[in-house]
Design a protein around this ligand. Structure first.
Ligand code: ZN
Length: 400
């Protein structure tokens, strides 16, 4: 339902002030009035409300310009908490974070089976455990962000299709919200990771960048003019399912020769079993971690497998550079642990396939992977809601 105009304007002013504090802290009330164009009385009222909610606090006294020293305001990192969840085929992985997306506690729980109900139960359990670990009251939980692979309609909170989980049209937001008693926001996991890069990571201050993830699948987050781009239907960035060889291996999405059939953990393991069958590789490689050990030990077949994956990834990234001409491409995800076995052939392949004149300006940065990153990314969904203009939010909800 549309809100009354007065209430909407109040909310817009509140968001404006909150954003000014986030970007300029520590900042005085006088400077907030100057920057926002709001009256001193409005600023006093709004900041009192924000202090009340625990979102900001009076941090310190500033320099006096003659007369009394002004009190400076800043975001209160410990005033509110959020939970980020990442759902995989096997686990619900959660992190409790503060307003700066700093992880306070983490917990993971194995799914009993592949049903939607089991996943919801497990996620509710993880939220409960994290709240207990953080010792927080339920009203201090600002919200829960959930990231998962697949096509997600963020505004409606519906998972449209997840090839990995084998689910279609699941109203995850409503199902989870009913159980955790706090607002729930859902998005594609790579989008949530990209938001964290934009706000707290290598994407800070970069207006046009891409995040490519490798690991279980291959994902893409797109930032254009400082905004996450999600396409008209929320499905933008299914980079792993762009076809690079129409004659290639079958893919979980039902097509053939998608990038993911060369550059994902299952694809690597398929190449391993082929190499073992052909007698090119000794048995005993059960996981990608084993494959990496073999490559490090000098196993030629293992290095060849990574080289193939890197070459195909490079073709895909060359196409991205040709399409987007981004300032920066961040490569992230569990797969970065393979290091130069995959990234050297990738760089060579990019150089070979990108349109001449385009590659020189794009910087490529390989993230150091940490296991909290997915869940911390999902928590930033809650932050996004907190800081984005209510006008923008209303328009999205209205059109959804
Ligand atoms: Zn596919």
């Amino acid at each position: 339902m549309r809100k009354g105009n007065k209430e909407l304007i109040r909310e817009i002013n509140r968001t404006l002030v909150l954003n000014l504090i986030k970007n300029h802290a520590p900042i005085s009330r006088i400077d907030l009035a100057g920057l926002s164009g709001l009256s001193a009385a409005s600023i006093t009222g709004i900041t009192a409300k924000l202090i009340d909610c625990g979102l900001i606090f009076e941090k310190e006294e500033g320099d006096s310009r003659g007369g009394r020293k002004p009190i400076l305001l800043a975001l209160n990192p410990h005033g509110s908490f959020m939970v980020g969840l990442k759902l995989t085929e096997q686990y619900a992985i959660g992190a409790l974070t503060d307003l700066q997306a700093t992880v306070i506690a983490n917990h993971r729980s194995r799914l009993k089976n592949r049903s939607i109900e089991a996943a919801i139960d497990t996620m509710v359990g993880v939220v409960k455990t994290l709240s207990d670990q953080g010792g927080m009251e339920s009203e201090e939980l600002l919200g829960v962000g959930l990231g998962l692979a697949g096509i997600v309609h963020g505004a409606q909170g519906i998972l449209r299709h997840s090839p990995i989980l084998g689910w279609r049209d699941v109203p995850l937001k409503n199902m989870l919200q009913d159980r955790v008693g706090a607002p729930v926001y859902v998005d594609n996991d790579v989008n949530t990771l990209t938001l964290t890069e934009l706000w707290f990571g290598a994407g800070q201050g970069v207006d046009n960048f891409l995040t490519v993830t490798i690991g279980r699948g291959v994902g893409l987050g797109i930032v254009i003019n400082g905004q996450l781009y999600q396409g008209a239907y929320g499905g933008a960035g299914e980079f792993g399912h762009t076809v690079i060889d129409p004659e290639g291996p079958p893919c979980a999405c039902g097509k053939q020769g998608c990038l993911e059939t060369y550059t994902s953990d299952p694809a690597l393991m398929l190449m391993v079993s082929d190499a073992i069958t052909r007698g090119e590789m000794e048995e005993g490689v059960e996981t990608v971690a084993d494959l990496l050990t073999r490559a490090d030990e000098g196993d030629v077949a293992a290095r060849k497998i990574y080289a193939k994956a890197g070459e195909m990834l490079g073709i895909g990234i060359a196409n991205l550079i040709t399409l987007f001409s981004p300032q920066l491409i961040i490569i992230s995800g569990e797969g970065v642990r393979a290091g130069d076995w995959i990234f050297e052939p990738m760089r060579a392949s990019i150089a070979r396939h990108v349109m001449p004149g385009l590659a020189e300006d794009t910087k490529i940065r390989i993230d150091v992977w940490d296991d909290d990153a997915w869940a911390r990314g999902a928590a930033s969904l809650v932050l996004k809601k907190l800081f984005e203009s209510p006008m923008h939010r209303e328009m999205i909800e209205f059109s959804a």
